[in-house]
Ligand binder design. Structure first.
Ligand code: DC
Length: 335
């Protein structure tokens, strides 16, 4: 007896989704393992506790799996588990090396089998990209790459050198002498300049505008993008930035463009800065954000813009949980 495993996710808890996903999963298992009906002895399903609408076993019967025994169980509620997920074990009477099948959002459970997943999130400052990207990375257990941190680190290096961030030649000269690296400590991205952890220093308000100016330079972008592509080519990750879907990873599996009104975005940044002990003027902060957006959107090389195939999500009136749920639904429908 050989056991073939698999899993898939559904976009929402409804009968049609369960039927569609179960049918698709079993069909792929059959195709990839070259199974005949009489070789399948038994199929056991388990589904996460957030699925109530339909039994996977019933969906399997309806999909034509009539000659084998079928069984469904519901899993306990596991904190941080992949939501809306259906797992399967198929017992077969055949001498074969099983090809396990992971589809849709469940690909993240077996990245070794499913290949890499790259999720691109672009949008203006304060649109919620980094908070949401971190949550997705945590839930899917993949890497979060904050590309803005790289431009911020460049800007910090130039500011510390007392150079003009608008002077491309000078910027290149300074950056030629500095080593910039991104490392992960306990799963959290840290940015280093010449071995110094500058993860906090790059969040200081003056660095934001300087990062936007530094990121206009083509030569800077080429270097940063090279590092970003290298990381994304090696592992599954969620990347957030301004040009991920349009330039860094035009072939990303799923792309999002988050937006929110300038008021809302400025309020989010304001709350964040105040919580971190900064004294800020709200109107000034809002003006800075609007100016930064303008600069990021109007630069010549790889400007901030929505990729044609990016899903637009306006986060103005949504909570973080709602944004995360919206993105997950799209991700699970697409991968
Ligand atoms: O996301 P952030 O606020 O940390 O980004 C700081 C600046 O870096 C932003 O104003 C523009 C630039 N940036 C970019 O040009 N491309 C990216 N992929 C990420 C950030």
């Amino acid at each position: 007896m050989v056991i073939i495993r698999g899993a898939t996710t559904i976009a929402s808890d409804c009968k049609e989704e369960v039927q569609k996903s179960v049918g698709e999963l079993l069909e792929q298992i059959v195709i990839r393992n070259g199974l005949k009906p009489n070789e399948m002895v038994s199929i056991v399903f388990s589904n996460t506790s957030d699925i109530h609408s339909y039994y996977p076993a019933k969906a399997a019967r309806e999909a034509g799996f009539e000659s084998c025994s079928l069984f469904s169980v519901q899993e306990p509620d596991i904190d941080g588990g992949l939501p809306l997920c259906i797992r399967v074990m198929l017992f077969v009477e055949k001498n074969l090396v099983p090809k396990h099948v992971y589809l849709r959002g469940a690909k993240v459970l077996r990245k070794d089998l499913s290949g890499k997943i790259n999720i691109a999130i672009d949008g203006p400052a304060g649109s919620g990209k980094s908070t949401v990207a971190k949550r997705l990375a945590q839930d899917y257990k993949i890497l979060y790459l904050d590309t803005g941190a790289m431009y911020r680190a460049c800007a910090l290096a130039i500011l510390r050198a007392g150079a003009d961030v608008a002077d491309e030649e000078k910027v290149c000269e300074v950056m030629g002498d500095v080593s910039l690296s991104v490392e992960y400590l306990d799963g959290v991205q840290h940015t280093f300049l010449d071995g110094e952890d500058v993860s906090d220093a790059i969040r200081e308000p003056p660095v934001s505008m300087a990062a936007s100016t530094v990121s206009k330079h083509r030569s800077v972008r080429i270097k940063m993008v090279e590092k970003q592509r290298e990381i994304a080519s090696k592992m599954s990750c969620v990347l957030d930035g301004r040009d991920i879907g349009t330039f860094v990873l035009p072939e990303a599996d799923v792309k999002f463009y988050l937006t929110a009104t300038p008021e809302v975005r400025a309020k989010r940044r304001y709350d964040e800065l105040v919580a971190n002990g900064h004294t800020v003027d709200f109107e000034e902060l809002k003006e800075n954000i609007v100016n930064r957006d303008k600069q990021d959107m109007n630069r010549d090389f790889a400007p901030l813009k929505r990729a044609d195939d990016a899903i637009l999500v306006d986060t103005s009136d949504l909570t973080i949980d709602e944004v995360v749920a919206t993105l997950k639904q799209h991700i699970q429908e697409r991968i």
